[in-house]
Ligand binder design. Sequence first.
Ligand code: FE2
Ligand code: FE2
Length: 341
Amino acid sequence: MSNDASSKTPDAALSQLETESALSQALGTAPSAKGKFKIRVNSLIPDRATTFDTYIMINGKMILYLRAGDSLTARKIQHLEKADVFYVPDEQRSFFKGYIFDRMNEDQLDMKTKANILRESSMTLAEEIFEKEDVEEALADSRELITNFVDFMEKEPTAMAHLVGLSSHDFYTYNHSLDVAIYSLGLGKVLGYSGDELQELGRGALFHDIGKRHVKAEIICKQGPLDDVEWAQMQKHPQYGLKILNEYGVSEAMKACCFEHHESFLGNGYPQQLPGNEIHPMARIVAITDTYDALTTKRSYNEPMSPISAVEFMSTKLAAKYDPDMIKALNSILFKIRAAS
Ligand SMILES: [Fe+2]
Ligand SMILES: [Fe+2]
């Protein structure tokens, strides 16, 4: 394993990912489009009529690209992937939701396609949530997002392996946060969580890095490695996150996902150096899925590990850092991913 994140230490890979994702967040995304919301091109299924108007941004101008009722071929969607996003008028949001709902309930589509549509259509929603300055609103909006995944996993037993096996192709903060949430739900489900507990776990994972909002932009935007002082600042994001969440009525479990996700089962994590048995179980899950996402996410200078290599790597070289029962559960997902692919 020389061309992947293991060529550095996993912690370095994770911290580098955190710096980059925060950088992307600080630099912002596409120009704002008042009155419209973004959807990913890959949210659309070839040859299915849309139920909403679709716009594309060219040189800062909104151009109507598809009218409601039109559809795209697979080739066209593939070609447009580079554009990445379409825009849909705010007043047609319910039509877009209906379109996704219908696809998720369509018998002809296989589970992998459905998992991909749910992730793709949720990604822009996660982006909206992370762009909100009002944390209370963001916390409230996250309920629907997480419920969609919980429902999908509960309805379709094979959905989890497909969701965990989807590989990331970019590293924006909202992608990282949503992926960590999805993986945490998958691992949580194998560990026996259900219903409200899964909700809490998913939302806790979604907001695990919210404390980065308070890390200075110059540290977040720095190209290259952080010096000791900067790194000490970056390592404060769990405390900052806890401070943010303490202002809202969120559960202890959600706070723990944020405050304890960089603790290690060996007792040498941060910020509290908690021994393994004192780390909240949901934070133990997020510690695993946070690293899994760091290892499997494509970065500009590194090829990502495949889901299978990442699970194998974490189950061997990194195993001591994590709850052993959870690593066993992670391995059981590996078999499911293999079976699903
Ligand atoms: Fe973090
Ligand atoms: Fe993270």
